[in-house]
Write a protein of this length. Structure first.
Length: 97
């Protein structure tokens, strides 16, 4: 059995998605694949805002209309988690994935 993202990820119309560790590796690839399935918003969370924004910019080069926002989130810091939650909640009414 093989997994093909374009076929196996369902349409995500209207979904708001947050991906942690999205600046590289599997997180970045997952975020890009989610963007191909018409979500309302994909948040790229990384320990540094600059890293999250760089990943968002790279994805935007391949998918210019990708609805991406960068978010600073260091899961090892409670203050960072609180700040990220505040930033997220100030512009999103819910989280679906």
């Amino acid at each position: 059995m093989s997994f093909t993202p374009i076929n196996d990820i369902p349409q995500l119309n209207g979904k708001i998605i947050l991906v942690t560790g999205a600046n590289s590796g599997l997180g970045k690839v997952a975020a890009m694949e989610f963007c191909r399935h018409q979500p309302a918003q994909v948040w790229l969370a990384a320990r540094g805002l600059d890293k999250a924004q760089a990943a968002a910019d790279e994805i935007k080069q391949q998918l210019p209309h990708a609805p991406i926002k960068a978010l600073e989130l260091d899961m090892s810091s409670f203050d960072s988690v609180k700040n990220a939650a505040k930033a997220f909640m100030s512009s999103s009414e819910r989280l679906d994935i």
